[in-house]
Design a protein around this ligand. Structure first.
Ligand SMILES: Cc1cc2nc3c(=O)[nH]c(=O)nc-3n(C[C@H](O)[C@H](O)[C@H](O)COP(=O)(O)OP(=O)(O)OC[C@H]3O[C@@H](n4cnc5c(N)ncnc54)[C@H](O)[C@@H]3O)c2cc1C
Length: 547
């Protein structure tokens, strides 16, 4: 019987596991926490899909074009066509397994407008789309658990992939309860570890998504793509723990951005871009707000004019979180907003079948880079998480594996000794101090607007952190995982800065004040590889990494 390991229990990982189990593949899901605590549950806005039964005027072709255009034509057309054409089937599947989408009086799915889309095509489940999808998928996973086809292991972290001669044989994982690394073998390894939020400290996302897996795999020779494209969400609300997302749904429901000058409201997006200005793509809105912010003015988002009743009906979650975390009643006063890191278009480079450059090693969901080009449209990442999980599962289920019997117990023993030794190290800085410094560096030197000088300074800071990270004292206030993950996280940060420095132009979410225009020479994806310690960056002329 075929066996697969899925690392990560968000929507992409659990969807992949369910589809593998449906095809008779035995799956182990490895994650620190249950799916109900993955970042996927935070998604409130919705999932995109053209439903041919209902959506008059809209078409799959239009969804494809909006996605390609939103991504500044860096995503491959074949990949995006696959994604958008699959959307209706995915939404039907989600309904079938128990996802309760919001419907109108005739029972048709209600759609909302998201930035960069020509039609309302975002389906949603009240204020809890991500939660609903995760619950439905978890129920499916439980069915297969009973049949012995799925096993879920929590409190377990990815350590490294078992790779020999360009082929993957499974993974080393760290079991937090046993405090031990163990080797797990499988025909296929699927990475579903989400984005890289922790590189930037406080973001809208989960701290579980720290980029460790991508950094570690890069060190092991896996190619990464488009790392410089980091999406800032234009409207977030500062709280002490994180940057709370003020969903694009607020602007979709008519919310207006403004700042105050001489006692007068300036609706800057509408003034510059016309009546649809508030719903421009996220990169454009973020840059406009960033500029106003740098001029020392605060930006607000006003939705109060639709009235308390409509606010409660259409965006109750936003109303609740503003009241709960900041005591702001949005039916009376506007929301103070600022951009924050939200989504990563870059990640592990994958072929159309979601396999990386290492045979039998796959990547799905936000940790894979394929569909969003230079900028992602809201509502497309839940779709991509589902679609990619299904594509990888089909590929694995259909493939004849020819794995040799390779024993990795020496690697397992070596890593266990190394972790034990870490506990005895002494130095000036604890790990969390460097993590904070890293976040400061990334926010300052790789912000919404970048330039060569700042990025070079960031690189030199990172080189310093990397030079000391093997000698840091063990930080007993955080987990062993947090301690051992530092080097790979720093490596990923360095790779990200190198890609951003390499792209001497502005495109999508990557804006360079020293190169403010787009340049044809860079109208390709960036691929960064680590060939035995030598880092190479190339522009991928085929637009995407396809076979
Ligand atoms: C606030 C917010 C709102 C959003 N709203 C929307 C929306 O409305 N529509 C939309 O399309 N998109 C939205 N997104 C984006 C979307 O939610 C994510 O892109 C998507 O859910 C990612 O799913 P995933 O399966 O790839 O990863 P995740 O859900 O992030 O899951 C990653 C999994 O990997 C595990 N993991 C991480 N590191 C390790 C490790 N080292 N070892 C083992 N396991 C590990 C985690 O614990 C977790 O289980 C939103 C994002 C945020 C932050």
């Amino acid at each position: 019987m075929k066996e697969a390991i899925v690392i990560g229990g968000g929507i992409s990982g659990i969807c992949c596991a369910v589809k593998l189990a449906e095809a008779g593949v035995m799956v182990k899901i490895i994650a620190p926490y249950p799916s109900e605590r993955s970042q996927s549950v935070m998604a409130a806005g919705g999932i995109n899909g053209v439903l041919l039964r209902h959506d008059q005027g809209d078409s799959v072709d239009c969804h494809i074009e909006d996605t390609l255009k939103g991504g500044s034509y860096l995503a491959g057309k074949e990949a995006v066509t696959g994604l958008c054409s699959h959307a209706e089937e995915i939404i039907q599947y989600l309904e079938k397994i128990g996802t309760v989408f919001s419907v109108d009086n005739e029972g048709a799915l209600v759609k909302r407008a998201f930035g960069g889309q020509s039609f309302k095509r975002t389906c949603f489940c009240g204020a809890s789309t991500g939660k609903q999808i995760v619950s439905a998928l978890v129920m499916e996973a439980r069915r297969f658990e009973v049949l012995g086809l799925i096993e879920r292991q929590f409190f377990t972290f990815f350590h490294s992939a078992l790779i020999r001669d360009g082929k993957c044989y499974g993974a080393l994982v760290y079991d937090e309860k046993l405090e031990k690394i163990k080797a797990m073998y499988a025909d296929a390894l699927v990475m579903a570890t989400g984005g890289q939020n922790s590189l930037f400290g406080k973001t809208t996302g989960s701290t579980q998504c720290d980029g460790y897996a991508a950094g570690q795999l890069f060190l092991q020779g896996v190619q990464l793509k488009n790392l410089e494209f980091i999406q800032y969400h234009p409207t977030t609300l500062e709280t002490c723990q994180k940057k709370m997302l003020i969903s694009e749904a607020v602007r979709g429901e008519g919310g207006r951005l403004f700042y105050i000058e001489n006692g007068k409201r300036i609706y800057f997006m509408e003034e510059k871009y016309g009546p649809k200005g508030n719903l421009m793509t996220r990169d454009v809105v973020s840059r406009e707000i960033d500029e106003i912010d740098k001029a020392g003015k605060e930006v607000f988002l006003d939705i109060s004019f639709i009235g308390e009743k409509e606010i409660r009906r259409r965006i109750p979650e936003v109303s609740d979180l503003c009241l709960k975390y900041r005591g702001i009643d949005i039916s009376r006063v506007p929301i103070p907003v600022a951009p924050s890191v939200h989504f990563f278009m870059g990640g592990l480079a994958v072929h159309l079948n979601h396999e990386t450059n290492i045979r039998n090693l796959f990547a799905v969901g936000e940790c894979a880079s394929i569909y969003h080009g230079a900028n992602r449209l809201g509502g497309n990442s839940l779709l991509a998480a589902m679609h990619s999980g299904m594509v990888a599962a089909k590929e694995i289920a259909d493939r004849d594996f020819d794995q040799e019997n390779i024993d990795f117990s020496a690697e397992e023993a070596k890593e266990n000794i190394r972790l034990q030794k870490m506990k005895d190290t002494k130095s000036q800085f604890p790990v969390m101090y460097i993590r904070d410094m890293l976040a400061d560096t990334m926010r300052q030197d790789l912000g919404i607007v970048r330039n060569e000088q700042a990025m070079k300074k960031g690189l030199s800071d990172l080189d310093y952190y990397l030079s000391i990270c093997d000698r840091l004292s063990f930080d007993s206030s955080v987990s062993m995982y947090t301690n051992y993950s530092l080097k790979s996280i720093l490596t990923l940060a360095k790779a990200t800065l190198l890609c951003a420095l390499h792209r001497n132009e502005s495109r999508g979410a990557h804006f360079r004040s020293d190169y403010p225009d787009s340049d044809e020479a860079f109208s390709f994806a960036t691929i960064i590889s680590n060939d035995g310690g030598q880092v190479n960056i190339r522009m991928d002329k085929e637009h995407i990494y396809e076979i």
